[in-house]
Each structure stands twice: as structure tokens, then as C-alpha cells.
Design a protein around this ligand. Sequence first.
Ligand code: ADP
Ligand code: ADP
Length: 228
Amino acid sequence: MIRFERVTKRYADGTTAVDDLSFEVAEGELVTLVGPSGCGKTTTMMMINRLIEPTEGKIFVDGEDISQVDPVQLRRRIGYVIQQVGLFPHRTILDNTATVPALVGWKRAKAKARAAELLDMVGLDPKKYGSRYPDQLSGGQRQRVGVARALAADPPVLLMDEPFGAVDPVVREQLQDQFLEMQASVRKTVVMVTHDIEEAVRLGDRIAVYGQGRIEQFDSPGAVLGNP
Ligand code: ADP
Ligand code: ADP
């Protein structure tokens, strides 16, 4: 579903963030990118939805060379969840979640019904929380809304950058569990950045262990734990 072919990213100041990287993520697979800060995880991920352009090499999504795909069209197929989810403060949780279906042209009632379904899926009762505003939710609940919103247009691919990083360990574990449960039913192709090896191993079908600009190991949780 996602393929990197000898991809290098050098920033304008000469920093090589990603160095001749090749890998593939299969359809329905959840791959976690783990490693120390500054080793190129975020850069890798942001090249998949063309928020960052590679300096060299090619990236394919669903067989298509993404340099040939309009970025706006591409991002409709790729949900994106970041650590500090930016919700619209003056819109309710239901409206925040319904934004994307509304943007892609759904009728209001259909978009709201879909939003309610998604909130339910991420473990937020739409009846209880749908009419609240973002500042009336906890950090963990806001992250759930972020996940619901990213799934709203039903994209085949989901990119997540430390999605559970900003919450305390107990909530973090709840979010992880909920996410695994949801992923078991929706089976998105997921690339998730984390700096937490435990999270990487717990969630990933496979784990890409980063060194400086490179993937040093790309393997199953068992193999990564057996050979750290
Ligand atoms: P993390 O991945 O550790 O949560 P960030 O993704 O915010 O942190 O940044 C990763 C690294 O990239 C950090 O070392 C940060 O200083 C650096 N960085 C981010 N943006 C820029 C930039 N525009 N110019 C230079 N360095 C940057
Ligand atoms: P990670 O997500 O693993 O923390 P990043 O992909 O954010 O790593 O960063 C990889 C390297 O690229 C770091 O050395 C970082 O400082 C650098 N970097 C990130 N963004 C920029 C930028 N916009 N300009 C220059 N250097 C950057």
C-alpha cells in the first residue's frame, strides 16, 4: 500500500533527515516508527501525504507515484492524527467530527450520523459528548476526537504522529486498547510514529526501528524484542 524507493530528504540547511530509505507497508498493516528524537520519523511520515517533498527517490501509495498526485486529492485518502489535535474551539465535538464528510460534499444529516458513529467507535458516547465543546473534554478525549475525525472520510491510510503522547500513562493505555480494538474492525493501513518502544511493540504488526535517517531493523514485535 505504501512503498518508499531509495528516498532521501535533505533540508535547506543541509540536514539529511532521511537517508536512502526503502521499505513497504502492506495493506491493512500497522507499522510503528520508533527511535530517538531527530532521527527522521516525522519527516518520513510527512512525505507520505506530501507535507514534505523528498529530495531524491519515489514514494508510492496504492501503486501510484504520489509526486504525480494532487496533494489535496492525496490527503483525502490519508487521515492524519498529530499529538496536539487541533479541534475548532467554537464547534461542538459532533461538528468537529463531521467537518470532513461535510467538506467532501455529504449532506448535513448524513455527515452528522457518520460523525456519531465514529465517536462511538473511538469510545465517546455521542449523546453524552457530541454537544460539548473541545475545552470541555480531557486531553485523552480530545485525542479520541482527533482519531474519529481522521477516519471520517474513511481513508484507506492513517498517519499518526505520537497520537497518544500528550496524555498520562493510564489514559494512554486506554487509548491504545481502544485503538487496537477499532483497528481490528476497520483494518486501515497505519503508520504511527512513537518514541516509546513499549508502545511501538504493543501496537505494531511490524516495527521500524530508526537510527539516524535510516531504518536499522524492520520486523515483528517478537523479533524486535528478541534482538533489541
Ligand atoms: P519530536 O519528533 O521529538 O516530538 P518534533 O517533531 O517537533 O519533535 O521535532 C523533531 C526534531 O526536528 C527536533 O529536534 C526539532 O528541533 C527539529 N525541527 C523541527 N522543525 C524544525 C525546523 N523547522 N528546523 C530545524 N529543526 C527542526
Ligand atoms: P523525528 O521525528 O525522528 O524526531 P524529524 O524527522 O522531525 O525526526 O527530524 C529529522 C532531522 O531533520 C532532525 O535532525 C531535525 O532537526 C531535522 N529537521 C526537521 N525538520 C527540519 C526543517 N524544517 N529544517 C531543517 N531541519 C529539519
